[in-house]
Design a protein around this ligand. Structure first.
Ligand code: GLP
Length: 243
């Protein structure tokens, strides 16, 4: 694993943007796997800035998002579909038809997940998958205990994830309890993985995930087995790692 130490959140965002920029410049028709949450916000605004400066062209890029809440419509500001348009897609020249987010409103959720996996395959797989890290070690919405062999599937969110994500909602009761997520297997099939982590609050889980045993109890620990992973983390997140 390649570990890049950043001084703070802004530095992490710029360093991660360098990696995505290089990917898009070297392979203009890249398939990017994208993530939501607070971790990638700075990175996305950096990509928007570089696009506006004329340094990046997303016209041939295709994207697949990691996950989506079940039950939130596209116009719900808490849906990941809305998040992506608001923070990235709406500000760059990516073709809307080339962007994919799991459908959280499908009547048959299992079928929608299976179809999403086929979409990933039909695009030829993911060139670069961006990930954030959940407080409990989840990636996407693959909670502790998820089998490493899973493809895109529906999940029940754990209490700790519901609590952690409630900061984006008005009331705790508004946080959906189910989601559709790429599985660990779908993530591990990406050619390259970029994971970004910041803040003291994640120091313990960063240490467990990247320097502890590989176990389904810490889903991100499987990334130790991927041949091309880059972790970009700030000093606080890396403070318990002996680097
Ligand atoms: C959410 C998302 C993940 C994200 C993680 C961390 O539950 N499903 O994809 O990486 O939590 O979020 P944050 O970056 O806000 O800490």
């Amino acid at each position: 694993m390649n570990i890049i130490k950043a001084t703070d959140y802004n530095d992490m965002s710029r360093k991660a943007a360098n990696i995505i920029s290089a990917q898009v410049i070297l392979k203009p028709n890249s398939v990017l796997g994208l993530a939501t949450g607070s971790s990638p916000l700075g990175l996305y605004s950096e990509l928007v800035k570089r696009y506006k400066q004329g340094d990046l062209d997303f016209s041939q890029v295709k994207s697949v998002n990691l996950d989506e809440y079940m039950g939130l419509t596209h116009d719900n500001p808490q849906s990941y579909y809305y998040f992506m348009n608001e923070n990235l897609f709406g500000h760059i020249n990516i073709v809307p038809e080339n962007t994919h987010v799991p459908d959280g409103t499908a009547a048959n959720a299992e079928q929608a997940c299976a179809e999403y996996e086929k979409v990933i395959q039909s695009l030829g797989g993911i060139d670069l998958q961006l990930l954030g890290l959940g407080n409990n070690g989840h990636i996407g919405f693959n909670e502790p205990g998820t089998a490493f062999e899973q493809h895109t599937h529906c999940v029940e969110l754990t209490e700790s994830t519901i609590q952690a994500n409630s900061r984006f909602f008005e009331k705790l009761e508004d946080v959906p309890t189910k989601a559709c997520t790429m599985g660990i297997k779908s993530i591990m099939m990406a050619k390259k993985i970029l994971i970004i982590v910041n803040g003291k609050g994640k120091a313990d889980i960063v240490h467990k995930a990247f320097f502890g045993p590989v176990t389904p109890q810490v889903p991100a620990s499987i990334l130790q087995m991927h041949p091309d992973v880059t972790l970009v983390a700030d000093e606080e997140a890396l403070s318990l790692c002996n680097l």
